[in-house]
Design a protein around this ligand. Sequence first.
Ligand SMILES: *[C@@H]1O[C@H](CO)[C@@H](O)[C@H](O)[C@H]1NC(C)=O
Length: 194
Amino acid sequence: MRAALFSVLTAIISFVQAAFFSGESTTVNLRAQASPETCGNIADLVPLFQMYDAAVTVHFYTADDSKVTATIQEGTYAFNGVAALIFPTLEPSTVPFFSLVNARTTSFFYTTNATERSNALAAGYRDYETTGYIYPTQVCGSVPLYRAHFIGANTDYIYTTSVTERDNAIVNQGFVDEGIAGYVIELASGIIID
Ligand SMILES: *[C@@H]1O[C@H](CO)[C@@H](O)[C@H](O)[C@H]1NC(C)=O
């Protein structure tokens, strides 16, 4: 069963990478005008994957393929698709998107804000990884990455570019709107890498 899941996941990742990073197309798009000097090199963008552990109601986001396959193999997380495209290394106009994990609740928290990071560390979170690099302001064809927070014993955070997904979490699942975590490139942005 796990071997089968692993194969499916590998296929999904291959599909995403082939579809968005193959560089076969010559399609022109708005982003062609974004200069690498100010916007970073869009050829470097990678998928920010979304995982979900239904048993403990925790969302987990990472751009690290090996963490995706490892968490799938552990058998608790389900693969939920691609939340956005982000940079794996520092590029012009971007800032680090820090990831922290709470050992007690196993929930993950993501922020670009150093004060929020310090507050989370003081509240029982520890640094997990630098998830990647995103824009702190809406530049270069980016869109808002919305943050919603479920406050409770099983605290949880959702990050999404979808207003529908955010509003569903707020209206139907008890999440609180916490604004915008940063600005990212949408998977369906029409970006063509070549
Ligand atoms: C960072 O977080 C702190 C604490 O929540 C907040 O007061 C501050 O306005 C935030 N800074 C930015 C740039 O959003």
